[in-house]
Write a protein that binds this ligand. Structure first.
Ligand code: NCD
Length: 309
């Protein structure tokens, strides 16, 4: 039985290298099986509920597609405004109620850091954290590493620049934790001082990866295998003037990249706003849309392991 059987997925720190490597393998297998058949039947008697109480496009859709491709069923909670939360229902009651319908798995996104862990205490169905505020987004880290593995053939020894809003972003923290399970990884955190990576992230990776902080991408770009760009997390700024001031403080364009001898793989969790110009899309190392596609296979592999099918 998989080590993930009936486990909650709350933090990328919970993954071991062994678990991640086996998920990458399983994702490749599922991808292969889906070449011949549109739907598989691993999950034909299983139900997933997706509860997204913050906006989402890719994460929600890719969980839906993953479950449907596995032959399972999906019930979506719908918009917060349309649910009883709008009438004042508490988070605890909402989770208790959803769990009471007896789903096999609950995928949760919520604006509060720690909400997924809280839901896991309440729910008997396994919880997958699909983003808890600025804290973590562990399945995004899985698809990021899966993409790196497919594109570079390895994760050990990679040099990656993680750029953008590292203070409020949850993908940089989960990505850092997942990378810390591999050997000889080097991370450059590239951001204006105000948006540099949170201290708790550094505390958790200290001694496991080599890291440093820089302000400008130009300082390190030629050393990088991967440049992972993220957007300013506008919704998490308490001061709109601060957002406006920092907006546009970093922008990756094709003409900037073309100045350098070596152009790294360009990744981005998406959505992009101002920080990654559309003219980068035609460069041969742009990988963000591939990354999003990979999300379906790796999430299918994860769900299959949690459900033990
Ligand atoms: C990310 C998220 O929700 O944290 N999006 C995603 O899941 N692909 C990144 C973001 O919103 O900036």
């Amino acid at each position: 039985m998989s080590q993930l059987y009936r486990k909650d997925i709350i933090s990328a720190l919970d993954f071991t290298r062994e678990i991640m490597d086996s998920l990458f393998q399983e994702a490749d297998n599922i991808r292969r099986e889906l070449k011949d058949r549109k739907f598989l039947d691993y999950c034909r008697d299983k139900v997933m509920v997706t509860v997204f109480l913050e906006p989402s496009t890719r994460t929600r859709l890719s969980f839906h597609f993953a479950m449907i491709r596995l032959g399972g069923h999906v019930v979506d909670f719908g918009l917060e405004q349309a649910a009883s939360i709008a009438k004042g229902e508490s988070f605890e009651d909402t989770i208790k109620m959803v769990d009471g319908y007896n789903p096999d798995i609950i995928v949760l996104r919520h604006r509060e850091p720690g909400s997924a862990a809280k839901a896991a205490e309440i729910s008997s169905a396994p919880i997958i954290n699909a983003g808890d505020g600025w804290n973590e987004h562990p399945t995004q880290a899985l698809l990021d590493l899966y993409t790196i593995k497919r594109e570079l053939g390895k994760i050990d020894g990679v040099v990656i620049g993680i750029m953008g809003d590292l203070k409020y972003g949850r993908t940089p923290s989960s990505l850092s934790y997942a990378l810390s399970k591999y050997r000889d990884v080097k991370i450059f955190y590239i951001a204006p001082k105000e948006l540099q990576v949170r201290r708790e992230v550094i505390e958790r990776i200290e001694g496991l990866v080599e890291w440093s902080m820089v302000e400008r991408v130009e300082e390190v770009i030629e050393e990088l295998d991967i440049l992972y760009v993220t957007r300013l997390q506008r919704e998490r700024f308490s001061n709109p003037a601060e957002y406006e001031r920092l907006r546009g403080s970093y922008i990756i364009t094709s003409s900037l990249l073309m100045k350098f001898k070596k152009i790294p793989l360009i990744m981005h969790p998406l959505p992009r706003v101002d920080e990654l110009s559309k003219d980068v899309d035609v460069l041969p190392t742009a990988r963000y849309f591939t990354q999003a596609e990979n999300g379906v296979y790796i999430r299918a592999a994860l769900v299959k392991n949690i459900l033990g099918v």
